[in-house]
Design a protein around this ligand. Structure first.
Ligand SMILES: Nc1nc2c(ncn2[C@@H]2O[C@H](COP(=O)(O)OP(=O)(O)OP(=O)(O)O)[C@@H](O)[C@H]2O)c(=O)[nH]1
Length: 646
């Protein structure tokens, strides 16, 4: 697979790429430390992601820290003209970010746009282009007389990535622009800031930088807001890159790291610079696919650029992008020429993904996927999800509709005990129920099944029992991943046997979501797989393990929506007839070609079901319910788990 467009000339035009390492970012580590210390002092461990979720989503249901709250409210909406909205342009190398920026400056519609241009290379070619300079291959610069396309203000950020190694400089660059603006006449002050990130930047990290700045009450955040995250996608290479197992490795793919041979040699000589030290031996830790998936997922607007070079059907790319990010607005362009700048400048009015967190990204995704469920009662299209679910015990607002009408005479509703009437499974939580047609083990909802015309489908697997780690690993080995899943075989008794069904996982391009593994009854994990990499991240504790008076008031409703029963009590959870598990759950989204078909979903479901603890194991697990050490030794988990700091 050649690198995109003009960068493909072998040995001559290299670009530097690395997968950004969030641990390199100092403020975040400090935040992490503060939170861990804070919660340890109250007898709690690793809780950061749950906290950050509520720090980072104040505008909807989770209004926890009033200072951030007030700021976000004061910044949102059209009302405050003094707040300058920031648009961030992300997108893989060569996708067309600079072309878009040049177009925006050219067609500025009278807007005073200031820009920050980040380039990981030591020579910031993009900023020179944006300044209106032409740059020849040998590095000579000559000034173009293109006054209209010159930005109102420009700051160059080079020699590192602004989302990690030089992240501190991102905010100081914004500050610098604000100072510049202050020095200008009233009618010349900036009204927009656009940041062009390097092609290897992870937008989540950029979002974190601004959220942290807000949390630390940086005065700068009274004057600017991160508003719209735009990802530019090169349509002509997108599908190939997503399937690529390519690792961003400097030895194997120098063209992904350097613009040319001279730059490669120069950088190798200066290789003691910090930003290259992100991971060992110059391998920068991730696949190209992971980066492209993240850039797509964390966007308010996805710009499908280079439609003129598209080898296949535009609808295929559109549908894949929509499957990865159902919330984003999708635009198509050539050379970044969008018709209306308002589609990306201050587009979200402060209500976009910039105020979300990782957990919210997931929840919103699941909600959007569920919303795709067809609600037409007369529809006979089998590829649509037509499930309806009623649950009198589950308080999951996203998953089910609860019948609360005491006069309801609809026989399909149960008014005696809790059922989930989704199309392919019936879940009952009544311990006394003896109806064999009901499932009494866990709950699945097929309401989010959907296959697009390009064959990209999504499926949300749900269950309320933990996975046996060894069996889970034997299934994960069927994902098309080359990183993150241990290779060991495990004992045959603990392996999943239906290998042919497990082949379905080879189709999965992306999977992600909450997962509960039997080695812990406390740890909430986040399953994240994209393309060729798999990772388990620790989000913190399940809310059920904390007394309710420690939950943030504003988040109570949202937390309870993930509970199996509202009156869950962890102390008595597995005693007597009370077998509720709180918010512990499997809620994993699968995306890939063919995944929307009933056949694929049945296979995914049955294979993952076989990884759940069986009845004997579950009894054993319940006996060890509050004994983490015993669970850890009984259900050893060899998957590496990284602490998710946001
Ligand atoms: N054919 C075609 N070429 C395009 C289009 N958009 C951009 N290009 C070309 O693709 C190349 C890369 O575009 P840039 O705008 O520099 O891409 P970028 O995302 O800023 O690239 P990096 O700075 O390397 O991350 C340039 O030669 C552009 O002229 C398009 O829609 N069609």
């Amino acid at each position: 697979m050649p690198p995109p467009n003009h960068h493909s000339a072998p040995q001559q035009t290299y670009h530097r790429v690395f997968h950004c390492n969030p641990t390199m970012r100092l403020p975040q580590s400090i935040l992490h430390l503060v939170l861990v210390v804070m919660f340890r002092s109250q007898g709690m461990l690793c809780f950061t992601a749950q906290v950050s979720k509520h720090l980072s989503r104040p505008s909807s249901k989770n209004r926890w820290l009033p200072n951030i709250q007030t700021r976000l409210f004061s910044m949102s909406g059209d009302g405050d003209n003094n707040i300058i909205p920031i648009t961030v342009l992300s997108g893989f190398l060569g996708a067309g970010k600079t072309s878009l920026l040049q177009h925006m400056l050219q067609e500025n519609e009278g807007k005073k746009i200031a820009v920050i241009v980040n380039d990981v290379a030591s020579v910031n070619i993009d900023s020179k282009l944006v300044r209106g300079q032409s740059v020849s291959a040998d590095g000579d610069e000559s000034q173009r007389s293109d006054e209209d396309a010159t930005p109102a203000g420009i700051v160059e950020l080079q020699n590192g990535c602004a989302c990690c190694s030089i992240s501190g400089e991102l905010l100081s660059s914004v500050s610098e622009l604000m100072t510049l603006s202050d020095l200008r006449q009233e009618d010349e002050k900036f009204d927009h800031i656009v940041i062009e990130m390097s092609g290897v930047a992870e937008p989540r990290s950029v979002r974190n930088i601004f959220q942290e700045a807000m949390m630390y009450n940086m005065p700068l955040m009274d004057r600017v807001r991160l508003d719209t995250l735009v990802t530019v996608v090169d349509c002509s290479t997108y599908m190939d890159y997503l399937k690529s197992k390519r690792l961003a490795d400097v030895e194997e793919s120098p063209e992904l790291y350097y613009r040319n041979e001279q730059e490669r040699q120069q950088t190798e000589e200066e290789n003691d610079s910090d930003w290259m030290q992100g991971s060992p031996e110059g391998s920068l830790g991730g696949g190209v696919c992971d980066l492209i998936v993240e850039q797509t997922e964390v966007a308010d607007v996805v710009l499908l650029n280079k439609v003129d070079l598209l080898p296949g059907q535009l609808s295929d790319v559109e549908e894949l992008v929509a499957a990865l990010n159902p919330r984003a607005k999708i635009l198509t362009t050539k050379f970044g020429k969008i018709d209306n700048l308002d589609e990306i400048l201050a587009y979200t009015k402060g209500q976009g993904v910039a105020i979300d967190g990782v957990v919210d990204d997931h929840k919103d995704f699941v909600k959007a996927a569920d919303a795709q469920n067809c609600s037409d009662p007369d529809c006979t299209d089998e590829s649509h999800g037509h499930s309806h679910s009623h649950s009198h015990g589950s308080h999951s607002s996203d998953e089910s509709t609860t019948c609360t009408d005491p006069d309801c005479s609809d026989e399909t509703h149960s008014h005696e005990h809790s059922h989930n009437h989704s199309s392919e499974s019936t879940t009952c939580t009544d311990p006394d129920c003896s109806d064999d047609t009901h499932s009494h083990e866990h709950s699945h909802d097929h309401s989010s099944e959907k296959t697009t015309h390009a064959g990209i489908g999504t499926y949300v697997y749900r269950a309320r029992r933990p996975f046996h780690p060894t069996r889970l690993i034997s299934v994960l080995q069927h994902l098309p991943v080359v990183r993150g899943v241990p290779k060991e075989e495990g004992q045959s008794s603990t392996r999943v046997t239906n290998d042919s069904d497990a082949q379905v996982f080879k189709q999965v391009l992306r999977s992600k979501g909450f997962t509960w593994t039997a080695d812990s009854n406390v740890k909430a994990n986040y399953w994240s797989h994209s393309g060729s990499s798999f990772e388990l991240q620790c989000l913190g504790r399940w809310w059920a393990t904390l007394p309710q008076d420690m939950w943030p008031d504003e988040a109570r409703e949202s937390i309870l929506s993930d509970f199996d029963v509202a009156d869950h009590n962890d102390e008595t959870a597995t005693t007597g007839s009370n077998v509720s598990v709180g918010d512990r759950r499997q809620e994993i989204v699968f995306i890939g070609p063919g995944i929307g078909s009933v056949d694929s979903q049945t296979k995914v479901e049955s294979v993952l079901d076989s990884c759940l603890l069986n009845d004997d194991e579950w009894d054993d697990f319940c006996n060890k319910w509050s004994n983490e050490a015993a669970l850890m030794s009984a259900y050893e988990n060899t998957l590496n788990t990284r602490m998710l700091t946001y």
